[in-house]
Design a protein around this ligand. Structure first.
Ligand SMILES: [Mg+2]
Length: 225
């Protein structure tokens, strides 16, 4: 074995040793630390700050459309579409109590109490929309069995005067709520409304068109396809 061969073999051995010693798995973010980050994000006020910034953008857009519509020769019937959970009402106290691992039954149990707090920025937007004669519709992934509790909760947290609440039908079995929500916006349009804005905390609240503008709110807690 000549000296060149020895050098090549030595380098090969070094590279192998380095590769074996290198951590090569893609470890996801640590769940315990993520939960702490989520609590800090909410409790520090950053969540509400970012949430309100989105609502503020929606407000500017909606007011502009309402103003133009009011001075139009043929004013349209305008509508605003809102999601409910983490858009209009907050499940945060319950989610935090369950360390962000609440089951569907625990969500259901909490929502049947009709005591979820309002997200105040959205409630102000709601009130402003009504002042501008914009009809407000809620489209929610909640099942129809929660109708009574949901509407009681909306009303007791200051969301009064809405046009309708649409619930996910019992026969709807698709893995994504997107087509239910899109189809419902189409139904609202068929009633003669122009949907100025659709606002939600999930992309599945907003995809599929049938709104002039969409506004995505933050939600670090859960994902709904
Ligand atoms: Mg939601």
């Amino acid at each position: 074995m000549n000296s060149i061969q020895v050098t090549v073999n030595t380098l090969f051995a070094l590279v192998c040793a380095l590769l074996i010693g290198t951590k090569s798995f893609a470890e996801p973010a640590n769940l315990g630390k993520l939960k702490e980050e989520i609590t800090t994000y909410h409790d520090s006020g950053q969540y509400h700050q970012e949430f309100s910034a989105v609502i503020q953008k929606a407000q500017v857009f909606i007011d502009q459309v309402a103003k133009e519509n009011a001075s139009s020769k043929k004013p349209k019937k305008l509508a605003l579409v809102l999601d409910i959970d983490e858009t209009s009402l907050s499940n945060y106290p319950m989610m935090k109590a369950h360390r962000y691992c609440a089951t569907m039954d625990q969500f259901d149990e909490a929502q049947r109490k009709s005591k979820q707090p309002a997200l105040s920025a959205t409630r102000e937007l709601f009130e402003d929309a009504l002042k501008h004669h914009i009809a407000v519709f809620f489209i929610t992934g909640r099942p129809n069995e929660l109708k009574k509790f949901t509407e009681e909760n909306l009303n007791n947290k200051g969301f009064k005067g809405w046009a309708a609440v649409y619930y996910r039908p019992a026969h709807y079995k698709k893995s994504s709520v997107a087509s239910f929500k899109t189809h419902t916006r189409e139904l609202i349009e068929q009633k003669g409304y122009t949907i100025v804005a659709s606002i939600g905390d999930q992309e599945s609240d907003l995809s599929g068109g049938h709104a002039m503008q969409t506004f995505k709110l933050p939600n670090p807690y859960y994902y709904i396809p």
